[in-house]
Ligand binder design. Sequence first.
Ligand SMILES: Cc1cc2nc3c(=O)[nH]c(=O)nc-3n(C[C@H](O)[C@H](O)[C@H](O)COP(=O)(O)OP(=O)(O)OC[C@H]3O[C@@H](n4cnc5c(N)ncnc54)[C@H](O)[C@@H]3O)c2cc1C
Length: 529
Amino acid sequence: MILTVSDIRTSPEATSAEVVEIARRRAGLSRSMEGAVSRRSVDARRGKVELVWSAAFTLPQGAKYRAGEHIRIMDEEYIDYTCGRRELSLRPVVVGFGPAGMIAALTLAEAGFRPVVLERGGDISDRDACVERFNREGILDEDCNIQFGEGGAGTYSDGKLNTGVNSPLCREVLRILVRFGADPDILVSAKPHIGTDALKSIVVSIRKRILECGGEVRFRTALRSLRMKDGRLCAVLTDQGEIPASHCILATGHSARDLFRQLFSDGISMEAKLFSMGVRIEHLQADIDTALYGSYAGHPALGPADYKLWDRTGRRGVYSFCMCPGGTVVAAASMAGGIVTNGMSDSRRSGENANSALVVEVLPEDLSDGHPLAGLKLQEQVERAAFRAAGESYHAPCCRLSDFLEDHLSSNGPGRILPTYSAGVSWQSVSPFFLPGAAADLRAAIPRFARRIRGFDAPDAMLCGPETRTSSPVRILRGESLESGSCAGLIPCGEGAGYAGGITSAAADGLRCALRIMREFSPIKGEGK
Ligand SMILES: Cc1cc2nc3c(=O)[nH]c(=O)nc-3n(C[C@H](O)[C@H](O)[C@H](O)COP(=O)(O)OP(=O)(O)OC[C@H]3O[C@@H](n4cnc5c(N)ncnc54)[C@H](O)[C@@H]3O)c2cc1C
């Protein structure tokens, strides 16, 4: 049995060994009981910086311990990987090699199903070259970019792994990432993150394992449509030919607009899903550290500070999204003639700036005709408007926070804080890229955010945008069996299908969808483990 002792508060100087000793004494355990730190978080509220820990001990049944408020026995988590009896007639197809598709394919491959993975983008090295060319020359490969390619949207990211979803599947995903090279600290940190540099090698290791188990990963191969018979999937149509299939995990992310349109016209039922849009803000990381950690700013046990802000003054919620401490702003376009921002950092988070998206909710009434693809059209309109405003270039509109708050471009360039947007900026107001009323809601929220983080309203903080792809604007409907109601055998999965938000929850949904197939089927005879 697992015993945990939680709410152990220490100064940032404390070591894991000291924490385990505190926990042992609190639970009255003898020295023979092995223990380890199981959770660590930072509490910087009330102007005092503390680390808050939990420690876990594996005890033999019947072992004696002192009960207490923060002392309890935990159930051991178990993920059931056993397969069903019915033999699957065709190899399962997984479309998309982002976190959802990757973990789904890995799970199926290790169970002997030899999945066929289709990925429209290239592998990591191909992708690095495409991203580099886009940033340097403004030449966009619409199939291989920050959104598309090996590892999916999350590969060029901060690699934050925290999620609001409290599920054993999410914890299993972290264990899988550690198995493929992630720092084991992600199992302990309350805000685990990997960083782009580490993520890339983990993605490649997972791909190699899938191949090792007899799976296939076909890069530069895009799903174009489906072949159905009597409402059941019988083949997937790709730009490289047709593949017979009875089961397909569709994990194509929130930016596969051409596919959303095609599947909609194929009769696959979907609905519009609300999302948010806004801009990205940059401050000096040192200012954020000082504001949140005071004299502890820069302490090695704390790392660069992060924040999460939320407010609602008018009709729309306004919040910070995907905060990247010590990171940079990236050109995240995947549609020619459209500008999109997002953020990333490497594992050391050592950049001078802190950035996050400041986004405002899109409301049902903003989705003009309520068409399932209305949100997608709205994103496109805003992205294209920015591209036009930047003189038909991918230079993101950028200005100072003071310009935005005064709704008047009075400056002609940055102050202390330099924009880090990877494809170059175009100095102009960002207000035109907000929905009517949304800019006003953000203006009203900034002073409130500044009450929580001193200096958040620094006049020379940088704003650039637009940030349009916070989550999927569409949900591809699935039933309890996780299959589409309009195409049996099709399993919509991950963020794009509207069932996840972020790397960990998308990967967890990938695991869920793979287990769904395994629960009913066994691999094709002679091929299974
Ligand atoms: C720059 C950036 C930074 C981010 N930072 C973080 C972060 O720090 N933490 C976090 O939790 N989340 C972050 N996110 C969000 C996170 O990346 C996504 O939530 C997550 O990747 C969703 O996983 P997914 O597998 O559902 O979809 P994606 O990761 O979007 O993967 C979908 C894959 O499908 C492929 N595909 C699309 N269409 C087709 C087709 N027709 N045929 C074949 N393949 C196709 C795409 O090329 C892509 O590789 C970030 C996103 C971006 C863009």
